[in-house]
Design a protein around this ligand. Structure first.
Ligand code: ADP
Ligand code: MG
Length: 692
């Protein structure tokens, strides 16, 4: 496998552009990409034609505007390149207009009220900062998706707006340090966790098919307690899958880098090399799609749900985030000179303050029905936002605040004068329980769930950081003495934001108690977290930076809550179906056979303790299951009477979800008693410990 040779082979990237476009066209396009300048129609025509030729040579017949509606998935509508000629033939054509703008029918995508207020139609607009690529014989053009009145109907547009916000604010601050940078970019390396299970077994589980997670299932005799899976030898079949996946991703220019087994049985991880947040978002969407498609080929099902199995780790998407300049500086990397150090401290404290000030929306940006199972459970970070800095950096910040010597490395801390000890990554990277950890030269946001688009949390993180940097710039620009003002600002910021820094164990029972004392938010569920998007302070923030309008925010709240309700409704209905049609009949069949055996045995005078005892126990449990089933049916039915989406979401959380848990508990107990060949579904043991 000659990787350098085929890496990016399916991407219309810069080298292809350079090779295929006339010099002037290439230059004009580069300007558009680098500086966001509008593309002239003549230029667009030439680019479109070159793209089409390139794609057709590679077997493409269709093109699509590839976009990311608010479902968090990707959408595409394929159009062929054919254009009829007068003599009844066709030629392959693709115009600049078709490249730049598409008009998919927007009415079937969630718009959270935007459709009612605005036109049903929307349009997709080419995002030239993300390269076009080929997938399944189709030329895919990454686009943003907006309503006709310009409201963002997708995940990508606000992300691009937030990149602009952080660029502007960070440059303002950098200018004060005399930097000659002209562009600041937010980067992310999303570590993607997933489960692979046998496809044949999957096909027997209605819950996995309809909801992506198991709604019933007693624990297997073995779980993850031996910790023998993490970084363990990869099964041959899984290895073949990973190799195939890597190859496809590389062809698409995705920097797939690291792969390993995760903590839970049947759980794995893929991490790419980090890149700009908008490209990383596209690449992550592609990665998830290709993960699923490739699984089919290898007889697997790839589960991207945040919590497919109870009692076993869920899957996250750790977002490693940093800011860098076009002069090659990572702004979250402690520098080697005093000036660089001061700059680093300023950016570090800006992020700390941003996270503290906007815990609510950072938490809300990762809220979903699936992720609710994960936040706070085993291995996952808690729903409380806090920042892990590591002891060394915390000590340094403490000594800055107190104006005392930093003893650890025997250096006197005075901002902008002394050189920070260049702490090693491994002194900061050990805490796995923190939702937001500083890991040497970047922050790792560990709360996002495995299925979530990278765009949402990155949009929030960019915007809140932009806000604090702007506030900092306001103070520093008007200062008489820059050095003193910066000194005070850093000290003051650290002092005022101590509460958010926590280096301890985030899974411990003491932490929520301690966090409450500190006044930190603990937004446990989606219905609780999501509405914070429309708190006045948050509307003001997003409007100030042009990232979301108030209307766009309201639409997102509605969509997120609506999706939450629908997810829980589908789960409840699936449980009802499974219990009624499969589980209770299976238990009844087993009880019947036991009763028959008992009768026959009694005729021969043989002991029947086992049969009689089991018949009694299972009948009692079946009767309880039947009651819990009825209760779940009732509460699910009652949901239809509630109209207000917030009230409905609360109801699903407080009532339906609780009834689901009660039904599951009795059904799972029956599973441990019923003969395996009677049980209608593959067990956790079979799903998680499939044979190579
Ligand atoms: P690990 O967590 O396994 O120790 P790393 O932390 O080095 O591995 O990398 C995990 C992810 O963080 C990768 O996607 C990597 O590309 C990304 N990453 C590394 N450096 C940066 C950075 N400066 N900015 C953003 N992401 C980064
Ligand atoms: Mg990491």
């Amino acid at each position: 496998m000659n990787v350098p040779e085929f890496f990016g082979a399916d991407v219309f990237n810069e080298s292809v552009m350079r090779e295929r476009l006339p010099k002037a066209t290439f230059k004009a396009l580069k300007k558009t990409i680098d500086k966001g300048e509008a593309l002239q129609p003549e230029v667009a025509n030439i680019v479109a034609n070159a793209m089409k030729d390139w794609a057709v040579e590679r077997g493409c017949t269709h093109y699509t505007h590839w976009f990311q509606p608010m479902t968090g998935l990707t959408a595409e509508k394929h159009d062929s390149f054919i254009s009829p000629t007068e003599d009844g033939h066709v030629i392959m054509e693709f115009s600049g207009k078709e490249l730049i703008k598409g008009e998919p029918d927007a009415s079937s995508f969630p718009s959270g009220g935007l459709r009612a207020t605005f036109e049903a139609r929307g349009y997709t607009a080419w995002d030239p900062t993300s390269y076009a690529f080929i997938k399944c014989n189709t030329l895919c053009i990454p686009t943003a998706f907006c309503s006709y009145s310009g409201e963002a109907l997708d995940k990508k547009t606000p992300l691009l707006r937030s990149m602009e916000a952080i660029n502007k604010s960070a440059l303002r601050v950098l200018k004060l340090f005399g930097s000659d940078a002209t562009r600041v970019t937010a980067n992310v390396g999303p570590e993607q966790e997933y489960f692979l299970i046998d496809r044949e077994m999957y096909s027997h589980r209605k819950d996995l098919i309809f909801t992506g997670r198991t709604l019933f299932g007693a624990p297997a005799p073995k779980g993850q307690e031996l910790e023998d899976h993490y970084f363990g030898t990869i099964k041959t079949r899984v290895q073949a899958y990973m190799r195939d996946l890597d190859e496809q991703l590389w062809r698409l220019g995705v920097y797939a880098k690291t792969k390993h087994n995760e903590v839970a049985p049947a759980q794995h991880e893929l991490a790419p090399i980090f890149t700009t947040v908008n490209i990383a978002t596209d690449h992550n969407q592609l990665t998830m799609e290709i993960m699923k498609r490739t699984a089919r080929k290898h007889g697997f099902k790839c589960l991207l749900h945040e919590k497919p199995f109870a009692g076993i780790n869920g899957s996250g998407k750790h977002n490693n985030w940093s800011l860098s300049t076009n002069t090659g500086v990572n702004l979250l990397d402690p520098g080697k000179t005093p000036a660089e150090n001061a700059q680093f401290l300023l950016f570090l404290t800006a992020v700390i303050k941003a996270v503290n000030d906007y815990q609510d929306i950072l938490r809300a940006s990762v809220a979903s029905a699936g992720n609710d199972h994960r936040l706070g459970a085993n291995e996952a970070p808690p729903a409380i936002i806090s920042i892990f800095l590591g002891e060394e950096l915390t000590d340094i910040l403490d000594s800055i605040v107190n104006g005392v010597k930093y003893e650890g490395k025997r250096v006197e801390m005075e901002i902008g004068v002394d050189i920070l000890p260049h702490f090693r990554k491994d002194t900061t990277d050990r805490n796995r329980t923190s939702p937001f950890a500083f890991t040497g030269n970047k922050f790792e946001f560990r709360m996002p769930g495995s299925k979530l688009s990278v765009a949402g949390p990155m949009t929030v993180l960019n915007t809140i950081t932009a806000k604090v940097l702007d506030d900092f710039a306001d103070v520093l620009e008007s200062a008489d003495n820059f050095q003193d003002a910066m000194d005070d600002l850093i000290k003051k910021t650290i002092k005022e934001n101590q509460a958010i820094i926590f280096n301890g164990n985030g899974y411990s029972a003491e932490w929520p108690v301690e966090a409450e004392k500190r006044g930190l938010l603990n937004l446990r569920s989606t219905p609780e977290a999501v509405p914070t998007f429309v708190d006045p302070k948050n509307i003001e923030l997003f409007e100030k930076y042009g990232v979301y309008t108030e209307t766009e925010l309201h639409s997102r709240v509605e969509i997120l809550l609506d999706e939450y309700c629908k997810t829980l409704n589908i789960e409840a209905l699936t449980m009802i179906d499974m219990a009624k049609k499969d589980i209770l009949p299976a238990v009844a069949a087993y009880i019947k056979d036991l009763a028959k055996t008992s009768e026959l045995a009694k005729n021969c005078g043989a002991p029947t303790d086992f049969e009689d005892d089991m018949v009694k126990r299972l009948s009692a449990l079946a009767s309880q299951t039947y009651k819990k089933l009825g209760a779940l049916e009732d509460v699910t039915q009652k949901a239809h009477e509630i109209e207000d989406v917030q009230e409905l979401a609360n109801y699903y959380h407080d009532t339906v979800f609780v009834a689901m848990g009660e039904l599951r508990a009795v059904a799972d107990e029956m599973e441990t008693l019923v003969g395996e060949k009677y049980w209608p579904y593959p067990t956790y043991g079979k799903l998680l410990f499939y044979v190579n």
